[in-house]
Write a protein that binds this ligand. Sequence first.
Ligand code: ATP
Ligand code: MG
Length: 279
Amino acid sequence: MSIVVDRLSHTYHPNTPLETRALRDITFELQRGAWMSVVGHTGSGKSTLVQHLNGLLIPQSGSVVVDGMEVREKSPHLRAVRRKVGLVFQYPEQQLFAESVLEEVAFAPRNWGVPEAEIPGLVQSSLALVGLDGQYLERSPFHLSGGEKRKVAIASVLASAPEYLVLDEPTAGLDSFSRKELVDLLTALKEKGYGILLVTHDLDIALQASDAILILNRGEQVVRDTPRRVIEHLRGDHIPGLSLPDIVTLSAELHDRTGTVPVTWDWRVLAQAIGEMKR
Ligand SMILES: Nc1ncnc2c1ncn2[C@@H]1O[C@H](COP(=O)(O)OP(=O)(O)OP(=O)(O)O)[C@@H](O)[C@H]1O
Ligand SMILES: [Mg+2]
């Protein structure tokens, strides 16, 4: 079971003076239970790409197939695809609207026609998945912290029982503690079997958490590979607007000088290698 994207291209306002090519020949597969990060500088096509994954945008050329169902105009599967692929937008808290967390999280499953008797249980279990307990049910979503708002927004997507979770820059504007909490939450969801697709500017998060990283530059796929191979690629080929985390640059420098220190994004691995050198 997977999302398969094959040679997907997209041009905004084709054949007009405003024509902008946003994606060109993007190809990848995201399995359930795996985490892929999409990284690229501003305007590289990340949001355009994710909007194709649940049918907000329909492929102009190339294809998107979700668990065997192709995303195309008037497809009888479009509704099922939208339910399977939960999309969390950038700054999701801007979409909060209900008077209570309960009503907020209940909205989507009600919309999908889930029987009313099942809603409270579904709301509670969705909140539990993001680490919020019953005390939050009656609170106003507007009076929560930034990190809690993101969690409520994610819970409200989880309440539709998706199989894939696609998040567009969910860590933007969060402090480092909330960022780590969110990454841990997504890791736990991945382990439960959700397919995770994370859009981020933060190469550090992508390296630490992903099974695969796709790097976009001006709508084109520069590299799609494991974190380790992506680092090798980025060391050899600089991409504008994308810099390696300091820890990677430092370990790479030490690697080149000593030959023993591994190139890594994990400071524990680096600390251990330096410790062993001193012995
Ligand atoms: N609705 C639109 N109409 C016309 N052009 C658009 C539209 N949305 C995006 N674009 C253009 O398509 C290209 C890709 O934009 P997109 O929003 O996908 O990039 P992004 O990687 O998500 O950027 P950011 O990191 O700033 O969110 C950009 O050149 C952008 O100006
Ligand atoms: Mg974007």
